[in-house]
Design a protein around this ligand. Structure first.
Ligand code: EPU
Length: 334
């Protein structure tokens, strides 16, 4: 389906009003190929929009929004230990996690309740509670935008990093993810090391469903439900800085939350940095820092994209002024 001057308010979890000059959604690969061959305006910018859960529309979008609505979850290969599951780009991420849990397949459960679509999971290497999409992605099946040829990217070829992949660098803007094949385990193997999980789940009695339920409960407690309050989850990435700089800061601010990254770097909880400056509940125009989790910026009702930009800039400025750390958005500005 192709529309012009299309309202995107229901296609971004911030719930911001913005119009796309052209909006194209498709539920088959044939429709996508035919659009790219015949209708696609190469002189305009374009963006592939999944669930819109990591996007900030700062203005009307002056190009084409391509939105996958392809569906399908199927087992493509299995042996006694592992199962390979192929999932279409347009499937809701959490529907896949729910499916995996119901089929007794291990590996996706810590990623329960993350908003968004399957197609975005390799691009952004989504992650939570000690697990990242890269831990279960086997390969990513893509379509070239330039000539509609198909290409398979192995896990290694995706060059995954923290909220990062080749699709944000060398291959940015060149491919559309068609479907992703995940490798899941048939035998119990949980990852419950992440702080707040350990205290709520006993590994000896854990089941896939209890782990999923616990994670959903933690996320519901801390993160706003996008159906009620617009947001894009964590707004900033957790910064990684040289260990020496982090050690000096930690001496000055002993409660600062830090995690070692290799021998020479330290990851700092951006939520702590923002919270420590008293930002919880702080508001500029319609944009507000979530009172329960300072890393999340929300739409308090009638926010404009520019309110969120101003709020983010004020936070970045104060964090830099106080701690000398530049925090950068995880959310993509359009
Ligand atoms: N903290 C505060 N105050 C706050 C927020 C956090 O002091 O207002 C402290 C917490 O007490 C905790 C630490 O900062 O000790 C880290 O906070 P949390 O465990 O909530 O995790 P996070 O680093 O804020 C990351 C991901 C989330 C993911 C959680 C759970 C990023 C940018 N965010 O958040 O991902 O759900 O870990 O694994 O890496 C998302 O990407 O949208 C997202 C929600």
């Amino acid at each position: 389906m192709k529309s012009e001057n299309f309202q995107l308010q229901n296609y971004n979890t911030f719930g911001l009003q913005a119009q796309a000059l052209v909006f194209f959604s498709y539920s088959s690969h044939e429709d996508l190929c035919s659009f790219l061959k015949n209708d696609f305006r190469r002189d305009l910018p374009f963006f592939i929009l999944g669930g819109g859960s990591n996007i900030l529309f700062t203005r009307n979008y002056p190009g084409t929004i391509i939105h996958p609505e392809t569906k399908g979850i199927s087992i493509v290969k299995e042996d006694s230990d592992t199962v390979f599951v192929n999932v279409a780009a347009g499937e809701i991420w959490d529907d896949f996690v729910k499916w995996a849990v119901e089929h007794n397949f291990y590996g996706a459960e810590n990623l329960s309740f993350i908003p968004g679509c399957i197609g975005a999971s390799p691009v952004q290497n989504i992650g939570a509670y000690g697990v990242e999409a890269k831990d279960i992605i086997h390969e990513v099946h893509c379509l070239s935008i330039a000539n509609q040829t198909e290409r398979m990217f192995s896990n290694a070829e995706c060059k995954f990093g923290y909220r990062d992949s080749i699709f944000k660098h060398e291959e940015a803007g060149k491919y559309i993810v068609l479907d992703v094949t995940f490798k899941l385990q048939k035998h119990a193997s949980f990852n419950l090391r992440y702080g707040s999980l350990q205290s709520v789940i006993d590994e000896s009695t854990a089941t896939l469903q209890t782990v999923r339920d616990a994670i959903i409960a933690i996320r519901k407690d801390k993160l706003p439900d996008p159906k009620e309050i617009g947001s894009a989850g964590s707004f900033f990435k957790n910064p990684v800085i040289p260990k020496a700089q982090a050690d000096a800061l930690k001496e000055q601010y002993p409660t600062m939350v830090t995690y070692p990254v290799g021998d020479e770097h330290t990851k700092i909880a951006a939520g702590w940095l923002i919270d420590s400056l008293g930002f919880k509940g702080f508001q500029i125009g319609g944009a507000k820092v979530h009172p329960k989790q300072a890393l999340v910026l929300t739409n308090a009702g009638d926010a404009e994209g520019s309110d969120v930009v101003k709020l983010a800039e004020e936070i970045q400025r104060k964090v830099f002024e106080t701690y000398g750390i530049a925090i950068v958005p995880e959310v993509i500005y359009l």
